[in-house]
Structure formats: C-alpha cells, structure tokens
Design a protein. Structure first.
Length: 483
C-alpha cells in the first residue's frame, strides 16, 4: 500500500531454532497437548506453541515455536509493552482549548477557537461528575465569560502524521469500529453506535437509535419489523468517504436490540463537530465554520481549558482487556512521538524494533505492519512472543503490564472463557482472532504455584472460531496442572 509502513526483519535463523520446534521436557505434558492440537479438525492448520517456566527459564513444551503465525490481536502485547517502556505507567495526555484572539467585555471572542488533540482516546468518557471532556470545556468557556466566537472552531490534529489506518488493512473491515481511523484528536474512538430494535408488530418500521446524536453523520433506515421467531436479516452500508449510514432488511418482534458499532471517517472533523455542538448547547454562539488543521498553532495562543487523560496504565488496560484496536494504534503513534520525535506509524514501528532488540527479543523474520494486529501481513513466532513476555515479567513496569491483560473467566476478552474450570483466574493473557487464525499469549499460574509464560497460535484453520478457542482453553487447563 503506498505510503504505508511495514517493519520486516529477515535475517539468518538464530541458533537453536530447529531444536525449539520439537523440544518437550515432559512426555505427559507433551502427550496431553499433542492430543488437543492433533484433532482432525486442525489437520490443515499450523499450530505454534511455546511454554516456558518463568523461574528456571526452561522450555516445557515447544511445537513450531520458531514458525511465523498470524498474531492477530496478540500483537497488542508488543505495542503496549513498548509504549509502557517508553512512556511509563503514569504518563498522561493533555487536550487543550486555546485561542490567540482577545475576549471583549460582551463575551465575544474575536477570532478562532482551537481544540488541540494530543492523542487522548477517552474524551467521550464521562468522569465522576457525569461530564465528558467536551462538556467540561463548554462549562469552562462559559465560566470564563465566552458567549460568542467570531472565528472558526478549529480541530488541531497535527501531533500525528501519516496514514490514519494500519498497513494493508482490509477494505471490508473499515466500516466497523474495529477498523476506525486514528487521529490525535478523536471522539468516541471515531465510532457511532447504531441500535436496531423491532417495532411493536410485524410490518412496523424498525426502531433505530444512534449515539452520539450529531449532525456529523446521518442514518437512513428502511428496516421492517418481521414476525416473532424469524431470523434477523439486517444490512448496513457506509460507503467509504461517506457519513451516511444506510440500514435495510428485517428485524423480528421479541429480538433483543442489536448494537452496530460503525466507524466514521475523518476523526478530527467528527470530534470538532461534536465539540462545536456542545458549545451551542451551552449557549455559546459561533459564526465561523468547523475546520481541522495539522498546522502549528498561531503565535500568542493561550489555554482557556484543558483536560488530562487517565494515566497510561489505565490506557493499557482499556487497550488489552477489550482488545481495542483504536487505542493500540494511538499508542503506536505516541510511542513514535516519544522515541523518534514523530507521531506516525513508521516512527512507531522503528521504536518497536529498537525496543524488542533492547529487551532481548530477537526479531528475526518478524513482520509488523501496525500496532493492533489488524494487518493480515503481521507475522510473529511463538518463541518471540514468549521472549517478550519473559522480558516484561522482569521489567520495572511488570505489574502494570500484567494488570492490563484479560483474566480467564473474569474480564475482558477472556470473561467467558475457562469459567468454571481449574484454569479460571489462573490465566492472564491477550487473545487474538482473525479469519482462520486464533491466538492466546500471556501467563499461567499453576495449581502448584509455578508461573509460566506461553504463546499459543493456530493459523490456516477452517474450523469454527469457537472450536479453535476451545482447543486453546483446553491447553491452558493442561498447563495449570504442570507441577
């Protein structure tokens, strides 16, 4: 893809790589895992697994551990680890409202008002007082005496540069929230929730609600309510470059509402539009248009209001636990800004490569094209992932890293997995899911108290995802029993 960035490190295979493919310390452990992965459903697939004792460093099981697999969202382990190392768990991101224009006695601001984004993906989240950042900004401006703005409302997104999406992302992913564009200034992770419900009786129009309500986008629906018991038949279309979301099809009486998370393009313009709408709701009038800019702020600007994000440790949790692609891509650009002086994918990937080498992860033959694992070109070997997990377990920010990961049977993308088994609450790990590929990588605490690092992946399978994840969970239950 023109203009995209892709980190590929292909060198000679490291010593011992061949040995790692088949090394197994315990025939009992090996047999239990082999019986799971050798099921007929996975005959066409490639499994890659490595399990390592964190105390001794001994590899307890390895199968194709140096073979490249699709990491899917386990790629977020790399991005969040590198960002945590560079920025620290207490780093915060500041969004400001600024102007260079004077404010007269009547409350008229005689120039542009700038909202300056610096990468905070949580501006739409409500604080303890129930307000979003934009609500607080509008209140602060009102309290400062601003009643009207003679100039434009400018959304400044210049902190991030280059592509807003990851390298080689697939076209049919771009309409959905998990494929949303990234900007230094954003609102609601560049998404809108469109909720479809049935009408009172068959033949009635479907009921459609949207959140947030904004003039930035439209929803046009021809959905019709169908009789109870029929299958839902919804179609959602948002053409690339368009802010019109079109819904059609049928939705049955008695069905639970369906929430469709839709990506909206041009995140900074979306955010700035919502900000301007909040100002209007507060009673602050403005004459100029809503625009965006990547240029430097005009000289003499002063801050009228500001908001700091939650600490980076919280951002890691809201990235890894729900597997949020937007936040992972934001972290990659923040990493590039911190380590290389440029908030771009290319700079972030360069910083990732430096980080991996510095913490002792051999990136030989890895291919990293984004921060989230959405790119189908991403490739990692289980051994590389386990090396990273071992390094982060000894890192000064190890606790913040571990705390960001889903817990089996408890929260995040593992909330409903391994529940009621002996592996419940004993696995903290990042999940990964793509078409024909599943992965899980993290830490296990065994029944005897031993701590293990593991990476499990299966690529090129045609089994249902639930069968692949069930097999991975079964392996985790085996690992919990390691003495």
């Amino acid at each position: 893809m023109p203009g995209s960035a892709l980190l590929v490190l292909a060198l000679a295979a490291p010593p011992g790589a061949a040995a790692r493919e088949t090394r197994k310390a315990s025939p009992t452990l090996a047999g239990a895992i082999d019986r799971i992965v050798d099921r007929p459903a996975f005959a066409p697939a490639l499994w890659g697994i490595e399990v390592r004792d964190l105390r001794t460093g001994r590899v307890l099981y390895a199968r194709n551990a140096s073979k490249n697999l699709t990491p899917a969202s386990t790629m977020k382990l790399v991005t969040t680890a590198a960002a945590l190392d560079a920025l620290g768990p207490d780093a915060r991101l500041r969004t400001t409202v600024e102007t260079a224009a004077p404010l007269d006695a009547s409350g008229r601001l005689s120039g542009d008002l700038h909202i300056v984004g610096r990468g905070d993906p949580g501006l739409a989240e409500r604080g303890p007082d129930g307000r979003t950042a934009f609500d607080a900004f509008a209140d602060d401006l009102w309290d400062a005496g601003v009643r009207s703005i003679a100039g434009r409302i400018v959304g400044d997104e210049g902190l991030f540069r280059g592509d807003r999406r990851g390298a080689s992302w697939e076209w049919d992913d771009l309409v959905w929230c998990y494929g949303a564009e990234v900007s230094a200034l954003s609102w609601n992770t560049s998404c809108a929730d469109v909720t479809v419900s049935a009408g009172a009786r068959a033949g009635d129009p479907g009921v459609v609600a949207r959140d947030p309500v904004s003039s930035y986008y439209e929803v046009a629906s021809t959905v019709v309510t169908s009789p109870p018991g029929q299958k839902s038949d919804l179609t959602l279309v948002r053409d690339l470059g368009s802010t019109l979301i079109r819904l059609s099809g049928t939705y049955p009486v008695g069905a639970q509402p369906d929430v469709l998370e839709v990506a909206l393009e041009d995140p900074a313009r979306y955010a700035t539009t919502v900000f301007a709408e909040r100002l209007a709701q507060k009673g602050i009038r403005f004459a100029g248009p809503v625009v965006t800019s990547s240029d430097a702020l005009p000289p003499g600007t002063r801050v009228l209001s500001w908001r700091e994000s939650a600490p980076l440790s919280d951002l890691l949790r809201t990235t890894n636990k729900p597997s949020n692609n937007f936040r992972a891509e934001t972290l990659l650009r923040l990493l590039g800004l911190q380590a290389k002086g440029e908030g771009s994918t290319a700079a972030g990937l360069d910083a990732v490569a430096d980080f991996l080498k510095r913490v002792g992860v051999d990136p030989t033959n890895a291919a990293i094209g984004d921060g989230s694992g959405m790119a189908p070109t991403d490739l990692l070997a289980p051994h590389q992932v386990v090396d990273l997990l071992v390094a982060m377990d000894a890192h000064k920010y190890a606790q913040a890293f571990r705390d960001s990961l889903p817990v089996s049977g408890v929260d995040g993308t593992l909330e409903h997995r391994m529940r009621g088994t002996r592996a419940e609450k004993r696995v903290v790990a990042k999940t990964g899911t793509r078409r024909h590929a599943n992965a899980l990588a993290g830490y296990v605490t065994t029944l005897s108290g031993a701590r293990l690092a593991f990476a499990i992946g299966v690529s090129n399978h045609v089994a249902p995802n639930r069968e692949a994840t069930a097999a991975i969970d079964a392996i985790c239950n085996v690992l919990v029993g390691v003495p």
